[in-house]
Design a protein. Sequence first.
Length: 426
Amino acid sequence: MRRILIVGGKRLAGEVEVSGSKNASLPILAATILTRGMSTLSSVPCLLDILTMIRVLRALGIRAEYSPPNTVKVWVNDHVKHIAPYELVTKMRASFFIMGPLLARTGFAKVPLPGGCAIGSRPVNIHIKGLEALGAKIELEHGFVIARASKLKGDRIILDFPSVGATENVMMAATLAEGETVIENSAREPEIVDLANYLIKAGAKISGAGTDIIKIEGVKELNAVNHKIIPDRIEAGTLMIAAAITRGDVVIKNINADHIDSIILKLRSAGIEISVNGNQVRVHSPDGIKPVDIITQPFPGFPTDMQPQMVALLALASGTSVVTETVFENRFMHVHELKRMGADIRLEGLSAIVNGVNKLEGAPVKSRDLRAGAALIVAGLVAEGETLIEDMDRFIERGYEGIDKKLISLGADIRELKNISDYEDE
Ligand code: UD1
C-alpha cells in the first residue's frame, strides 16, 4: 500500500501538463480487437487500469505492449480468444468494454459480469439490451455474460439512459454489423468522440458521435491505425481545483477547453479567475471561494467525476452550496472523510448541503474510490497540518498519472511514507 503525507498550506504556482485520458484510452484499447495489424496509441497514461486492460487483451491472445513513457502498441491477428478472465474483469469494470468488439469480431464472447463498485451497483443491462438489439443471443451463466451472434445486424436502439460504456460497447459492435445502426439517447462525452475518431480512422463509418444520435454503417473489416488519445478532462479539472483551493496561480497545459466548459463555468461562479488560451488554462484564485449549487449530469452537464473535488472546494466557501449527484447513487463517501477534516456537510437524499467553513484540518483519511481520493488530496493541500492518505495505489493512482509529482512540481508539500510509523513518529 502506498501512503502519502500532505502538509497543507502551500500556495500552488507554476505550470503543469495534463496526461492523456484514461477513459478514452480504455475503450480504444478494447476497440483494437476489431482491427487487424498493429495499432500504435500515443498519449496513453501509465496507470494501473491501462495495464489491466493490456492484460485483458493479452488473455485474448492479442499482443499488447506498453512502451514508456506513453505509447501502447497492439498487434491483432486472426486468432482472438473468446473468454475474458474473471480476475481481470472483476478488478476493473471497464474491462466489460471488450464485450461488443469481441462479439462483433468472433461471433462469441464470454465475459464475467463486472459486479458493483464503491460508487454504486453499476449494472450492465443497457450494454446487454443494446447488443441484443443488434441480434446477439445473450445468456447469464454462473456469473458470466455469454453472447453469441454469427453476424450482428444493424438496428435502431434507444438507450434507457445515456450510459457512456453502453454507448461505446454498442458503437464498437455496430462497426462490423450488417447494415445501419442508429443509437438514440447516446452519451455525448468527449471520450466517445475520441473512440469514434479512432474507429473512423480504422475504416468505420460513424456519424453523429458527440450528439445524442449516433449512426453507424457496418463495414467488413477495420484496419490497425495510429492514434493520439485526447487530454484527460477530469485530471485537468482536478488540477484546476487544486490551484483554486490553495489560492494559487497555475497554468495547466494540454487541455481541450470545450471538454471542460461546465467545470470552468462553475469555478468562475465560485469566484475563481480562469483564462483560456488555446490548449492551456490559467487558474488564478486571489479572493475567497463563493458558494455555488451543482447538479451532476451526463456531458455536457457537470461531470460526476468532478463532484467530489468540487465538494472539497466548496467546503471552504463563504456560504452554503447544494451539490446534487444524479448519475451514481452512492457517490458521497468523500463527505464522511471531509467531515473528519472539519468540513460542515450534511447529506439529504441525492444532495450534499455544504456549509462553508474557514479552515480544514489535516487528518488521516481513506479514499474508497478514485475521485473521492482526489477530493481528499485537494482538501489536504489546504488543510492545516498533516493529511495522511492511504491506498494511493489502489484508488487514486488508478486514474491520475503521477499526481503527487505534478503537485510537488507546483510547490505542494507531499511526502511518501514507507511505513505507518513514519507518520506516527512525526
Ligand atoms: C464512465 C466513466 C466513469 C464516469 C461515468 C459517468 C469510463 C471508464 N468510466 O463509466 O468515470 O463516472 O462514465 O460519466 O469511461 N447504468 C445502468 N446500466 C448500464 C450502464 C449504466 O444502470 O448498463 C447506470 C450506472 O449504474 C450509473 C449510470 O448509468 O448510475 C452512468 O453509468 P455509465 O455512463 O455507464 O458509466 P460508465 O460507462 O460505467
